[in-house]
Design a protein around this ligand. Structure first.
Ligand code: G6P
Length: 611
């Protein structure tokens, strides 16, 4: 999704902004641009289609000199990717704005502004904001007032950064529904969609709240105003999570680096939350007791990969905690008449904590009489964390690859902690908890062993490079793992992939199986194994080539058309977590063979901050 960077400094800002954009590349985008106010208060702009490197080449030809500027990576929503639709958008030669979000009433505003003589040169909803801001500035001759007046007229979601040559030492930011943080340096201040963008220049941040408008003036501390226009102190927080975005540490892609980080980040997510035999009660913070002990059912809401983690948790919560659990994608949930039984806990899952639909679902849920809300999230200070009653942080560290890997497995770890915590309050046998806790302690080591299979998985990947389609099968808690495997493959290799519960094979997908359709299956040694084996026979009988990831004890022959890769023994409860890894590696290697943009696949965004 669109990324914003802004700076008010006492030094040239072009390089700071450019580095910020590079660090936001992971969000997904199709064009980039920058506007800087020069020493003589002229507004200069450069925009380019494609990668930040293309903008950089333009800037090498014609640098933007100045100490106050804004920059943007655009992910097209209104109007195709093109230079004229790229941000910053201007109104005349005086005002420039960058925007992340969607202005839902842009058509009505555009008609009004055209009636007042404003001329549009792009197809974007953002240009409406530029002219609206210019009109309000003409009325008030004050940029802060102009932004406050203009945002009051906007419906939808926005994070904005605004410059005006009439106030050459000021930058205004505003946010509602899209992320924006303020970076606080020494005598210089910044704006960005994500703290990562600014880590080379500061580690001190103000997290703006919904409806906030902030004025950054050169040499002054930031001034934050709430939606009522009242001055507020939001507090400066130090970013303590290291600069994970800095390098690929010698890996070819961030995705591979992140796959390989899983032993450490799983260990970090468990740290301080387990005794030898139990999940520690303090894991969920002091207010958790009341919420968790009263919960009689659970509703889980999320998007994308996080949704798949929720689907696994349903099997766990019902099996180990005996709690009826419902899991739904946020974009469906929020527009449905949801029936909420008494004492239902509302759980959101999100890597970023800024996904628009998940956030909207949380706000919708607040009015529905839930017991309370728990966010399982990877980004401290994110909107989801701030707005939930409880938060359980995954400790995956910054995830840069658009295709989520380590965030997913750490979400599963957090969900198992939740399951055991709830389970203990609802009759889970202490011995069973102890068995699973011991398996959790051993998990980072077993994950490391599975990563040792990388070369064998890479060898399998060659069979997929020329294929158009693939089918993933799983049963029970491994059906969501099959879904996640299919999602990974389609996201980064652009091969059409579908997942089915293996028992559904005969009800449709078997019609598609022939020698051109590889079928991937996860076969841990669980109670459904024999049934799964019969399903695999059905595939083989139709000439389908099988790729089976199986427990080391499973008796399955590696014969012609059947490739079996054996995984180490793991407690049944944690098998979904382990079987995710070979599917991540398989997708990765297929994508590398196909030569796609692994870390930033086409048309996708890391953080989907619009609906
Ligand atoms: C996007 C990302 C996915 C992610 C999903 C939900 O689609 O590309 O990797 O799973 O958003 O994001 P969240 O941050 O809420 O987990």
């Amino acid at each position: 999704m669109c990324g914003i960077v802004g700076a008010v400094a006492r030094r040239p800002v072009q390089e700071i902004l450019l580095e910020g954009l590079r660090r936001l590349e992971y969000r997904g985008y199709d064009s980039a641009g920058m506007a800087v106010l020069s020493e003589d208060a002229r507004l200069n702009r450069q925009r380019a289609m494609g990668k930040v490197a293309a903008l950089e080449a333009c800037l090498a030809e014609a640098p933007l000199n100045g100490q106050v500027g804004i920059a943007h990576t655009r992910w097209a929503t209104h109007g195709r990717p093109s230079e004229y639709n790229a941000h910053p958008h201007q109104s005349g030669e005086s005002l420039a704005v960058v925007h992340n979000g969607i202005i839902e009433n842009h058509e009505a505003l555009k008609a009004e502004l055209e009636g007042q003589g404003y001329v549009f040169t792009s197809e974007t909803d953002t240009e409406v904001v530029a002219h609206l801001l210019a009109r309000e500035f003409n009325r008030s001759q004050d940029l802060l007032t102009a932004v406050q007046q203009a945002v009051a007229l906007l419906e939808g979601a926005y994070a904005l950064a605004v410059l005006h040559r009439g106030e050459p030492e000021t930058l205004i930011g505003a946010r509602k529904g899209s992320p924006l943080v303020v970076g606080v340096g020494i005598e210089e201040t910044f704006l960005a969609s994500d703290p990562l963008a600014l880590l080379p220049v500061t580690d001190r941040f103000i997290y703006l709240q919904e409806g906030d408008v902030v004025r950054l003036s050169r040499g002054e501390p930031p001034e934050v105003f709430d939606r009522a226009g009242e001055r507020q102190e939001r507090g400066v927080q130090t970013y303590e999570h290291g600069d994970g975005a800095a390098s690929k540490d010698g890996y070819r892609h961030f995705m591979l680096k992140e796959i390989y980080e899983q032993p450490q980040v799983i260990a970090a997510t468990l740290e301080g939350r387990l005794s030898e035999r139990r999940v520690l009660a303090e894991s969920f913070g002091p207010q958790a007791e009341a919420l968790l002990s009263r919960a009689r059912q659970v509703h889980i809401v999320a998007c994308g990969t996080s949704y798949h983690a929720g689907l696994v948790a349903r099997y766990w919560l019902e099996k180990y905690a005996g709690l009826p659990t419902q899991v739904e994608v946020a974009s469906e949930y929020r527009y449905r008449r949801v029936v909420v039984p008494e004492d239902t806990l509302f759980v959101t899952l999100s890597q970023s904590g800024e996904t628009a639909d998940t956030l909207a679902a949380l706000r919708f849920a607040r009015e529905r009489g839930y017991l309370g809300s728990l966010a399982i999230c990877n980004v401290p200070g994110s909107s989801l964390v701030r707005e939930s009653d409880l938060a359980l942080m995954t400790q995956a560290g910054p995830e840069i690859g658009v295709a989520s890997t380590k965030a997913f497995t750490t979400q599963l770890v957090a969900l198992m902690l939740l399951t055991l915590s709830l389970g203990r309050r609802h009759g889970l046998d202490a011995a069973e908890e102890a068995r699973i806790v011991q398996a959790l302690h051993a998990l980072p080591g077993v994950v490391r062993q599975v990563l040792g299979l990388d070369a064998a998985i890479e060898a399998l990947s060659t069979a997929f490079a020329e294929k158009q389609h693939a089918l993933f099968l799983g049963r029970g808690a491994h059906y969501p793992i099959a879904l996640e495997g299919a999602l990974k493959l389609k996201e980064i290799s652009y091969i059409h992939a579908e997942a089915y519960p293996a028992g559904e094979l005969k009800h449709g997908p078997l019609a598609l199986v022939d020698s051109e359709m590889p079928v991937i299956s996860v076969a841990p040694n669980d109670e459904l194994l024999e049934k799964l084996k019969s399903n695999l026979q059905e595939v083989r009988a139709r000439g389908g080539e099988l790729f089976v990831f199986a427990d080391e004890s499973v008796r399955l022959e590696d014969t012609e058309g059947v490739h079996v890769l054996r995984l180490p023994r793991i407690d049944e409860a944690l098998a979904p977590l382990l079987y995710t890894l070979p599917l991540q590696l398989l997708s990765y290697h297929v994508a590398v063979l196909k030569g796609t943009d692994v870390d930033q696949p086409r048309n996708l965004a890391k953080s989907v901050t619009v609906e």
